[in-house]
Design a protein around this ligand. Structure first.
Ligand code: HAM
Length: 431
């Protein structure tokens, strides 16, 4: 009996994986320019970490975490996001003693038990960035510039940055009371979930997808009208800097995030063509998280992009990555096979990508397979070639042998120059 993959967990097959690698490579290059360094965080953390950081009344913690009990009785969870782990690592390694400002990025899988649909899976991947140790508006602007530059570098044709301020410990409690009162006035029109959340976390009401709740919340008071002086000034400065740097954004006063650790600046990036799951990324400031996880008073800000959604938004119409080998060597007999492996070993060591066929199959069938893969030149090694000390080169497109053979003693450099001269090298990569 066949064993299928788990619902919401997907393979990234060769071909598609090349698009992923290219996206990650592109992200790494942008992070380098912004001087962010990579952190690799564990897949599994103590459940308590996410309960304390993301928040007990969020969808993620309430119903989407993959949690299990380890043999020693401890509650563990597959990470649903990266920020909590990054901050846990920052605190665990007392990183503030190493650097006043830490600028880190991470790439990797996250797990949320959501209902799978287009752009939403249970294992998905994020490219994330976090800055720990700066609370000024200039770093908010710089993080948003980084986000903008990443999306531009990926070639995302259209995206929109939605910006809001969620206030802080000083102004949000009063706003929360306003919102609770508003919700109570309209309680009969709210869904059961929102009614339940009204008491503990009324901000979540702004996030509800139910039509009746959305209708009610469309006229709810907004945080931007209730910011304290400090938050107002911070937000105005962020907007001013973005204007100056010509980073386009839209104010979205009813945007709240699905995680509870945010204060002040919060944002999402949406892209067209993704249907209901149109957020390719999101983030914001989390100034109390380090302290809540046992560290000192260190502010933080960051974001994460969803790789699957990015690739969807970039479009399947984009040309696939060309993955032809520099050269395919086809042995005609077993002595040719040995020779082919020796040549492949040397030329691979010198940086060329080489495929080797098998003399177990006829030359004709090997060539047919090569044709199917779109290989443009092959080097053939049979008895005559071994005697001559050079492989016959066949142009698979023109369907003819070339006058120039490839001597066995050529260096990788010579082979590369020869192949470049044929103009059959790999063409430009694209997502
Ligand atoms: P988030 O908004 O929960 O934020 O996730 C960020 C992005 O991950 C989303 O915009 C979406 O593209 C992608 N994503 C989330 N869930 C799924 C899913 N089930 N399937 C596919 N893609 C998904 C965070 O995770 C925060 N840690 C971001 C952050 C970093 N805030 C500060 N620093």
């Amino acid at each position: 009996m066949k064993i299928a993959s788990v619902k919401g967990f997907h393979d990234v097959l060769p071909g598609e994986s090349a698009r992923w690698a290219r996206l990650e490579q592109c992200a790494r290059e942008v992070f380098r320019r912004y001087r962010f360094r990579e952190i690799r965080i564990p897949i599994v953390e103590r459940t308590e970490l996410f309960q304390r950081s993301i928040g007990d009344t969020t969808d993620i913690v309430e119903k989407e975490m993959y949690t299990f009990t380890d043999l020693d009785g401890s509650a563990l969870t597959l990470r649903p996001e990266g920020t909590a782990s990054v901050v846990r690592a920052y605190v665990e390694h007392s990183w503030w003693l190493q650097e006043a400002v830490a600028k880190w990025f991470y790439l990797g899988p996250m797990f949320r038990r959501e209902r799978p649909q287009k752009g939403r899976s249970r294992q998905f991947h994020q490219i994330g960035a976090e800055v720990l140790g700066r609370e000024d508006a200039a770093i908010d602007a710089e993080v948003l510039m980084l986000l903008h530059d990443l999306l531009s570098a990926f070639g995302l044709p259209a995206f929109s940055l939605e910006l809001n301020s969620l206030g802080d410990g000083q102004c949000r409690p009063a706003y929360r009371d306003h919102l609770r009162r508003y919700g109570e006035e309209h309680e009969k029109d709210l869904c059961e979930n929102c009614r339940r959340r009204l008491e503990r976390n009324p901000l979540r009401l702004l996030d509800c997808k139910m039509a009746s709740c959305r209708h009610v919340m469309a006229c709810a008071p907004v945080m931007l009208d209730h910011l304290c002086a400090g938050c107002r000034q911070h937000f105005d400065q962020v907007c001013r800097l973005l204007d100056q740097m010509k980073v386009p954004y839209h104010l979205q006063p009813r945007m709240v995030r699905g995680l509870d650790y945010y204060v002040r600046t919060a944002f999402e990036v949406t892209a067209p063509g993704l249907g209901a799951q149109n957020a390719v990324g999101g983030g914001g400031r989390y100034d109390t998280l380090v302290r809540e996880l046992g560290g000192p008073e260190v502010p933080g800000i960051g974001f994460a992009l969803g790789v699957e959604r990015l690739l969807l938004a970039l479009g399947s119409g984009a040309p696939a990555l060309e993955e032809r080998p520099d050269l395919l060597i086809l042995p005609v007999d077993s002595a040719g096979q040995m020779q082919a492996l020796q040549l492949a070993q040397r030329w691979r060591q010198q940086g060329l990508s080489i495929d080797v066929g098998t003399s177990e199959r006829s030359l004709k069938s090997q060539m047919r397979a090569a044709d199917k893969q779109g290989v443009r030149v092959v080097a053939i090694i049979g008895e005559a070639e071994r005697e001559a000390g050079a492989a016959t080169v066949r142009d698979m497109v023109g369907k003819r042998d070339l006058p120039q053979a490839v001597p066995f003693d050529w260096s990788g450099e010579q082979l590369r120059a020869f192949l470049a001269g044929l103009g059959t090298g790999q063409s430009a990569v694209s997502f």
